[in-house]
Design a protein around this ligand. Structure first.
Ligand code: 5RP
Length: 236
């Protein structure tokens, strides 16, 4: 399935392939978004088609829903599933406490709702995503389009008052237009460099009017499967 891959894609693939070992017959599985999660969805599809694995998948984006259907996974909504056995998703950064930055693909809102509604969240990532402190990757926050510039100003002022490094933010674009999430919202990417107290920042951001969700996943991930370019895999 993997063919000739670059080291980074191989690392993503081997992590994804290992993660499907955790999926058991009859499970309701949250399906993440992004290139690593896409490998996992393809691996799961192979098990469904060739080994008769019976699962129900709850996708975290329209992209993932489409791929899941294409590879033969039965797709249901979160409300139909009500609760999930397991969610497998990628990440943009993870630290030694298994806290994450997610949302590089713009699906953080559904990803957080789905992961939180799961008994277990497994993250699959190449080793390049491991960091000492979160924040080098710009932190995505999903904001309501109404008054987004006012929300942006409020967020920046708040970061300054918290003495958080970086302080500037950018509206994510899709060509000449703002990037629009599956929920019809915009994304602000916060350039923070290094997040000192991620738990506090996550709480403060979510208290602001106009902010729907932030990409900090604190105490949600149970395990990270790390892939390396030489094909090794470590479970943390
Ligand atoms: C999407 C995400 C992705 O999981 C994250 O951006 C990692 O993506 P990739 O596996 O392509 O590196 O959070 O919102």
């Amino acid at each position: 399935m993997s063919g000739e891959l670059s080291p980074i894609d191989k690392a993503k693939f081997v992590a994804a392939k290992r993660s499907v070992d955790f999926v058991e017959d009859g499970m309701r599985v949250g399906l993440g978004t992004g290139s690593t999660a896409a490998w996992m969805v393809r691996c799961l599809g192979e098990l469904v088609r060739e080994d008769g694995l019976r699962i129900k998948g709850v996708p975290t984006s329209t992209r993932t829903a489409q791929l899941a259907r294409e590879v033969g996974i039965e797709v249901i909504s979160l409300d139909e599933a009500k609760w999930l056995d397991l969610t497998i998703d990628g990440a943009d950064e993870f630290d030694s406490s298994l806290n994450l930055i997610k949302g590089g693909g713009g699906a953080l809102l559904q990803e957080k709702i789905v992961a939180t509604a799961s008994d277990q969240m497994i993250v699959i990532a190449d080793i390049g995503k491991q960091v000492d402190a979160l924040g080098a990757f710009p932190l995505p926050i999903e904001v309501i389009p109404f008054g987004w510039q006012t929300t942006q100003a409020l967020v920046e002022e708040t970061l300054i008052s918290m003495d958080v490094l970086g302080r500037n933010s950018t509206l994510r674009m899709n060509g000449q237009r703002p990037f629009v999430t599956d929920e019809g919202n915009y994304i602000l990417d916060l350039h923070l460099n290094r997040i000192g107290d991620a738990r506090q920042l996550a709480m403060v951001l979510n208290q602001m009017p106009g902010v729907v969700e932030n990409g900090l996943f604190i105490d949600i991930c149970d395990c990270v499967i790390v892939g390396f370019g030489d094909g090794r895999v470590e479970v943390r």
